[in-house]
Every structure is written in structure tokens, then in C-alpha cells.
Design a protein around this ligand. Structure first.
Ligand code: ZN
Length: 263
């Protein structure tokens, strides 16, 4: 018996930027700077028995002091419209602790939360408060994460782990110390949710690291892994912040134009 899921990508925000601001040391490629849109997503994997929420988006409060961005939808409101109810305690996977992935976790007060051990250790450790790291997180959200840990609701992973039937998380690091990739079985193969192991398809296709990383070697290694994981027919890569996600996958019928269906 196989367990498969419907996987949804929910686009809830966008910010216009440029490639020079997006890719690490863009000048080394000797290309002109060009515009690119950075979109914001969260994901859901669900079937008749189970719902898994993958990341919880940013909060309106944390967006206020950051670079201009256009909020397209309230992430938690969109989940509710899709029938995802926090009170049903869906499992929540947090791919990493950045503000645009961890915000709104408090909307799931009774859920199991899956997180890489290395991610928790880093963001509760001595370097998290250094400005280059701190600017990517919210103190109040990290404090909440500590509280969730104290409540015993975090399932810490240290290696590739099946966290539900047909749902595997793979710690890859690179972008953050405990960045997770999530591999979900669908009726047509596997959806490989890169989250910020690959913000853009260009990163994987051109081997071109994103500007915010904690380890360059791990970043390149993650691109290799993502290429290997999506080499076979039916294995699809879902980049974490790429507008192309909205073109590569069909809209979920009846859910407006910001939700696409994978598998
Ligand atoms: Zn992100």
C-alpha cells in the first residue's frame, strides 16, 4: 500500500528585486544586472488521513520593517480557505527559522513541529544575534520556538527522516545550518520541496548560490542533491521563492490564482 499526497504551493507575497541583490557575488558571472521577482510561498501536503503544513509564512508585523513587499494573501487565512484547520493539529514542518518561514507558527498551538536539530541549536546559540544573521529572523518568533521546544512539541531531525508515511525531510544546510528539503510522495512521483535550499530554479540549473547563506560548500552540495533527487521522470523540483512555480504547475481548481497543485 502506498501513501501519496496532494501537494499545494501557496503564493502569499512578492517583492521585486534584481539578480545582483539575489545571487552571491553576482559580478563574478560578468552579466548585466536584471530584474527578478522574489515570491513568498508556503506548502501543504494532504490526503484523506493527514495534513502536513510546510512552513508558516511571514507575519504582517515582521514584513513592516523589511524591504518593500506586496502581501497577496494572509498565509493562515489562505490555509483556512483550503480547509486546513490549526485546531486539527496538522503536523508542521519548519524548513528553517527565517522570518518568512517561521512566522505564524503560533497559529498552530497544538501541532507537532518538525525542525532540524542544527537549526534550533544555531538560532538559540551565540551567533544568532550577529546582525548578518539576526536580520533574517524575528526575536519574538525564536522565543516562541524555544517555548514550543519546552512544551515538547518539536521533533528534532539530524539526518534524512521519514516524518510521516510518504514524507521525508532531508537536512542539507547551506542557506541556514539546518535547512530542510522535503520530499513528498504524490500520485505521479515525488515533489521535492526545496524551500530555500533553492530559492530560484536558476540556482540549481546554473549552480549559482543565493546571496544569504551560512555555508557555501553545503549550498553547492544541496544543489547537487536537488539535481539528483529530480533526475527521474515524475520527480519535480519546487523552488522556494520562484515565480516560475506558478507557471510550472496548474492552479488548484476553485482556489483563486495564488495556489498551484503539484502531483
Ligand atoms: Zn525564504
Amino acid at each position: 500500500m502506498s501513501t501519496t499526497y496532494e501537494v499545494l504551493a501557496i503564493r502569499y507575497g512578492t517583492r521585486p528585486t534584481t539578480r545582483a541583490q539575489t545571487f552571491l557575488n553576482h559580478h563574478v558571472y560578468r552579466e548585466p544586472d536584471t530584474p527578478i521577482d522574489l515570491d513568498f510561498f508556503l506548502w501543504v501536503a494532504r490526503n484523506d488521513e493527514r495534513t502536513v503544513v510546510i512552513d508558516t509564512g511571514y507575519t504582517a508585523a515582521s514584513a513592516v520593517n523589511r524591504m518593500p513587499r506586496l502581501e497577496l494573501a494572509d498565509p493562515i487565512g489562505t490555509l483556512a480557505e483550503l480547509g486546513v484547520k490549526p485546531e486539527a493539529s496538522p503536523q508542521v514542518i519548519i524548513t528553517h527559522a527565517h522570518y518568512d518561514h517561521l512566522g505564524n507558527l503560533d497559529a498552530f498551538p497544538s501541532s507537532e513541529v518538525v525542525l532540524a536539530r542544527a537549526e534550533y541549536d544555531f538560532w538559540t546559540g551565540p551567533y544568532a544575534t550577529r546582525p548578518q544573521f539576526a536580520c533574517t529572523t524575528e526575536e519574538v518568533e525564536l522565543a516562541h520556538l524555544r517555548q514550543v521546544a519546552a512544551e515538547g512539541r518539536i521533533t528534532f531531525v539530524e539526518r534524512s527522516t521519514q516524518v510521516a508515511p510518504g514524507v521525508e525531510v532531508i537536512p542539507v544546510g547551506g542557506h541556514t545550518p539546518g535547512q530542510l528539503v522535503v520530499r513528498v510522495a504524490t500520485a505521479t512521483g515525488h515533489a521535492v520541496l526545496a524551500s530555500d535550499a533553492a530559492h530560484f530554479y536558476e540556482e540549481v540549473e546554473l549552480d549559482r548560490p543565493f546571496t544569504y547563506i551560512t555555508d557555501l560548500e553545503d549550498t553547492y552540495r544541496a544543489y547537487e542533491l536537488l539535481r539528483e533527487m529530480t533526475a527521474e521522470p515524475g520527480e519535480v523540483l519546487v523552488a522556494g521563492h520562484d515565480r516560475d512555480v506558478m507557471r510550472r504547475f496548474p492552479p488548484l481548481p476553485g482556489a483563486g490564482d495564488q495556489v498551484v497543485r503539484i502531483g
